[in-house]
Design a protein around this ligand. Structure first.
Ligand code: NAP
Length: 307
């Protein structure tokens, strides 16, 4: 059993910032990365709204910079996934990964959220065969092809705009007649000649024979059904919190986001939280960084008061 003062679970902007702050407080944090070092931003292509980068930056570049900055002050990053936690008896807490078991005085939970699925026939079977949740990862494979993007939020617009670099055409399939995306992205999307919009429409099935060939659509107003040929289906319909690990151990809201107090502490003293796992509202890199800072400062204070 390896003993640690601080374990940060998750390595997105919240986790890497919590690590930077606890490292600078000389607490030598251990970050357990999760399946993807950097979390969701590691698969985000354009980042235009993170302060300090007037020309914009990319998710992988930001992850690299944040990681290097955290490591510079003594953060250790373990590339592994947490498989089990035991918070029931209070601090010290037990954290198991696939390879090790740890004991930690303080936990900072930064496990984030994952893309929601449509839950329709063909979706699961054709992931990697034309169904994707990551334009940055897969866009390149769709050069000069026709694709659809499902969703009308910021993520859908951002990723569809990215896809226009490669593909012939992107059709946005949105269940309403108005986008949820913010004004700036909306204007860029409407102005892009490769993008068109299919309003008031949902996808009922993804069809193909080993790879995506078409989608079955339904108009939400008229009920009219149809079929649309396509080479790829990119799905951006929001996220769900990655809270399965600690169900029954920490208090959550009805959507299973962690509940925290003003000091970023969960229902278990000594377990703090930051980023999307406890924030269904803001979900920005900048807000996750702020929350990571706050959680680290409160964790440090909690430890000091205990000692
Ligand atoms: P979101 O804002 O929740 O948008 C999800 C979209 O998917 C909505 O248009 C929604 O339709 C649609 N949708 C949801 N469930 C669906 C279903 N079952 N079938 C069909 N369509 C469905 O999610 P997001 O775009 O991932 O953004 C999440 C948060 O991150 C937001 O706060 C966003 O502002 C932020 N974000 C910001 C940026 C940026 O500022 N550059 C970039 C990415 C994300 P309705 O509109 O009808 O609900």
């Amino acid at each position: 059993m390896q003993k640690e003062k601080v374990i940060v679970i998750g390595s997105g902007p919240a986790g890497l910032t919590a690590a930077l702050y606890t490292a600078r407080a000389n607490l030598q944090p251990l970050v357990i990365s999760g399946s993807q070092l950097g979390g969701q931003i590691s698969i985000t292509n354009e980042v235009e709204n993170y302060p300090g980068f007037p020309e914009g930056t990319t998710g992988p570049e930001l992850v690299d910079l944040m990681q290097r900055q955290a490591e510079k002050f003594g953060t250790r990053i373990l590339i592994d996934e947490v498989s089990e936690v035991d918070f029931r008896n209070g601090s010290p807490f037990t954290v198991k990964t696939h390879g090790d078991t740890f004991e930690a005085e303080v936990i900072i939970m930064c496990v984030g959220a994952s893309p929601k699925r449509l839950g329709i026939p063909g979706e699961e079977e054709m992931i990697g065969r034309g169904v994707s949740f990551c334009a940055t990862c897969d866009g390149f494979f769709f050069r000069e092809k026709d694709v659809v993007v499902v969703g009308g939020g910021d993520s859908a617009m951002e990723e569809a705009l990215f896809l226009t670099r490669f593909v012939n055409e992107v059709k946005i399939i949105h269940r309403r007649g108005e986008l949820r995306a913010g004004e700036a992205l909306k204007q860029r999307a409407f102005a892009n000649e490769k993008m068109s919009f299919v309003w008031d429409t949902v996808v009922d099935e993804i069809k193909g024979n080993g790879k995506v060939q078409a989608i079955a659509t339904r108009n939400t107003k008229s009920g009219a059904v149809g079929e649309m040929a396509t080479d790829g289906v990119f799905i951006y319909i929001g996220h769900y919190p990655n809270s399965d690990l600690f169900k029954d151990q920490l208090d959550m809201d009805e959507a299973e986001y962690l509940l925290i107090d003003k000091r970023m502490m969960t229902s278990m003293p000594g377990v703090f939280s930051a980023g999307e796992i406890s924030d269904p509202v803001f979900r920005q890199i900048a807000t996750s960084v702020g929350q990571g800072t706050a959680a680290a400062m409160m964790a440090e204070r909690w430890l000091a008061e205990r000692e």
